[in-house]
Design a binder for this molecule. Structure first.
Ligand SMILES: Cc1cc2nc3c(=O)[nH]c(=O)nc-3n(C[C@H](O)[C@H](O)[C@H](O)COP(=O)(O)OP(=O)(O)OC[C@H]3O[C@@H](n4cnc5c(N)ncnc54)[C@H](O)[C@@H]3O)c2cc1C
Length: 410
């Protein structure tokens, strides 16, 4: 009997789950090791979905398509008075994170998934790779996939010089149910991807479907508000709770100080039209996340491959982090299948193809967020150009044909 090659997959979010199902279908014995104990379905909110994402899902037997999400009528920009200043006839599709994550998780038989298992370090030689976990246990395989996100333990061990770079701004997010919207606001907010701009500020309102099974159209709106926050003093202050404890570069919604939320709501009323400021006013416990870029110069280290956010993180303006993780996993599975058991050749092909893509998408996200960022030169950031941002938001062109971001800005 031929024994199956074994892959150890670190990280059980979307990237790890895509890799597990695709490698399993290609004849590998896989085990996913995930640090978290809880179900990750509650982790995300709205995500942009693409035909490329659904194609990978179909390969692993998950039948979803864009009809299940919300297709917006167009992408618009509003001025401070609420007038439509730009209307671009593009129709991106949005969905809820949980509706992608749950079927993906269910597609992998539970014996292949180990929760509450934290990788501490890895060892490898010419024949195998070993994962050593925080509880002292070990697992050995022919291949190890680092799908452990932006702060990847795998990457920190193998490429410690590759670090996330703070983009100079944070993202506030909150979800408002349709029933909380005023009658006259519903059509505007739930039918469009709506942008508002102010100096170094960008608000994007994204309609998303209800999470339950009986979906009858857009039922919620997620606001996504990018705001400059200086790294050395303002970010630690933002991430400090009422007891004076600083939580690093992030803070749980329940710990954000009351005055920070009050200021946020007051700023929204000052900067945005009433319908949009009203969204911010209605959410008492928004999420806040600092924005980072991450660009790896190497994705493969011997028998170890990085994938998804562990290798490249593009700011959310590309609306494609989940699709990128899926396409990385697909690229790895296809490279392994096509190289007839030659692991080195397969990993070299994976690295060549996916590194170019990762660099392109990070560059495109930087271009879309350039107006939010202070310049290294001390110059003021460029004024936002809504006509270009609305045209280029997301990354559909990159998913089909990776090109340098500067071609887009022409
Ligand atoms: C504000 C915001 C909005 C976004 N919007 C979108 C969007 O609209 N569309 C979209 O496609 N993407 C979006 N993204 C990006 C998307 O969420 C990520 O790109 C995606 O989750 C990456 O998946 P991943 O599996 O590579 O990493 P992650 O989802 O980060 O998962 C990594 C996993 O590894 C686990 N882990 C970490 N360390 C260890 C360890 N030592 N041992 C074991 N397990 C470990 C973690 O617990 C985690 O479950 C957004 C991101 C942000 C921040």
């Amino acid at each position: 009997m031929v024994t199956q090659p074994r892959a150890l997959i670190i990280g059980g979010s979307v990237g790890g789950l895509f890799a597990a199902s695709l490698l399993r279908a290609a004849g590998w014995d896989v085990t996913v090791f995930e640090r978290a104990s809880e179900d990750l379905a509650g982790r995300g909110a709205a995500i942009g979905v693409t035909e490329e994402l659904f194609e990978v899902l179909r390969r692993i037997g998950v039948r979803l398509d864009t009809s299940a999400g919300v297709v917006v009528r167009s992408i618009i920009a509003l001025d401070r008075a609420g007038r439509i200043t730009h209307d671009v006839p593009r129709r991106p599709v949005t969905d809820a994170w949980a509706r992608i994550y749950r079927p993906l998780k269910q597609a992998l038989p539970s014996q292949h998934f180990r929760a509450t298992t934290t990788l501490a370090r890895i060892e490898q030689d010419a024949d195998s790779v070993t994962a050593i976990f925080a509880d002292g246990s070990r697992a050995e395989g022919e291949l190890l996939i680092g799908a452990d996100g932006i702060h990847s333990t795998v990457r920190r061990q193998l490429a410690p010089q590759t670090q996330p770079q703070y983009a100079g701004y944070v993202c506030w997010r909150g979800i408002v149910a349709e029933s909380e919207l005023a009658e006259g606001e519903r059509a505007l907010i739930l039918d469009h991807l709506t942008f508002c701009f102010a100096p170094r500020e960008m608000m994007v309102c994204v309609p998303i479907p209800r999470e339950d099974e009986a979906r009858t159209g857009p039922q919620r709106c997620c606001y996504v508000w990018y705001r400059p926050v200086e790294f050395e003093t303002e970010l630690p202050a933002l991430c400090t709770d009422a007891s004076g404890r600083c939580h690093g570069v992030t803070i749980a919604p329940t710990l954000i100080r009351r005055e920070v939320i009050d200021d946020l709501k007051a700023d929204a009323a000052r900067l945005f039209p009433p319908a949009i400021a009203g969204l911010v006013a209605r959410v008492d416990r928004p999420l806040v996340q600092a924005m980072f870029d991450l660009e790896s110069s190497q994705m493969v280290f011997g028998r170890v491959a990085l994938l998804g956010d562990a290798a490249f993180v593009a700011r959310p303006h590309v609306i494609a982090g989940v699709t990128k993780a899926a396409l990385d996993a697909q690229g790895l599975a296809d490279a392994l299948a096509s190289c007839g058991g030659d692991l080195n050749a397969a990993l070299a092909r994976y690295e060549r193809e996916r590194r170019a893509f990762g660099s392109s998408i990070v560059a495109h996200a930087r271009y879309l967020g350039a107006h939010l960022q202070s310049q290294a030169s001390g110059e003021p950031p460029p004024a936002p150009r809504p006509e270009l941002i609305l045209r280029d938001y997301g990354a559909p062109h990159l998913l089909r044909d990776p090109v340098p971001a500067n071609r887009m800005s022409a």
